[in-house]
Design a protein around this ligand. Structure first.
Ligand SMILES: [Zn+2]
Length: 181
């Protein structure tokens, strides 16, 4: 039935045009690095890890959450984490980075965007991250309102090379997708 097929093609085309014109989908990228210091608490993805050393910084030095914040801000073209939460401001001293993440969510919401998903990668030599990933996902889901299934956290070592290999520092990368209806 050619008439019916033609109608279906036209209808699908209209829907696609509507999605392209009305919905705006943007991608964001974030990176963060922190120095490791002996005896410091090590907080990653809002979870305290069992380790003899931890990341050092102005806030709780949560490298994973900082990379995610920068990905979210970047996607919405809203500068970066240092612009909104400068390390010279005592309000952010020792603060949980999950609160900064919630602030980032409010900033993109004010611009009409919602978060679609997060994919993040940690790079550190120790400790093993895998057992902590489910807890981290719960913390990030609480802060962002995402489903657990829309949050991916992966980890790798630096094969004992460089400052990461010597356990002098920890690095995180993140990408995210935001959409505006
Ligand atoms: Zn940081």
């Amino acid at each position: 039935m050619p008439h019916r097929l033609g109608y279906q093609i036209a209808y699908t085309g209209c829907i696609l045009l509507y999605i392209i014109r009305v919905m705006k989908i943007k991608v964001g990228f974030g990176f963060d690095v922190h120095q490791m210091k002996e005896g410091h608490p090590f907080i990653v993805g809002g979870v305290q890890l069992e380790h003899h050393a931890g990341a050092f910084g102005h806030s709780d030095a949560d490298v994973l959450v900082h990379a995610i914040c920068d990905a979210i801000l970047g996607a919405a073209n809203l500068e970066d984490i240092g612009y909104h939460f400068p390390n010279t401001d005592m309000r952010w001293k020792g603060i949980s980075s999950l609160l900064l993440l919630k602030e980032c969510m409010a900033l993109i919401a004010a611009k009409g965007y919602t978060l679609g998903n997060i994919d993040a990668m940690l790079c550190l030599e120790a400790p093993k991250i895998k057992p902590y990933i489910p807890q981290m996902k719960v913390k990030l889901a609480e802060a962002t309102g995402l489903d657990i299934d829309d949050i991916s956290i992966k980890a790798t070592t630096n094969e004992t090379m460089g400052f990461i290999g010597r356990q002098e520092g920890v690095v995180a990368y993140a990408v995210c997708l935001i959409e505006r209806a």
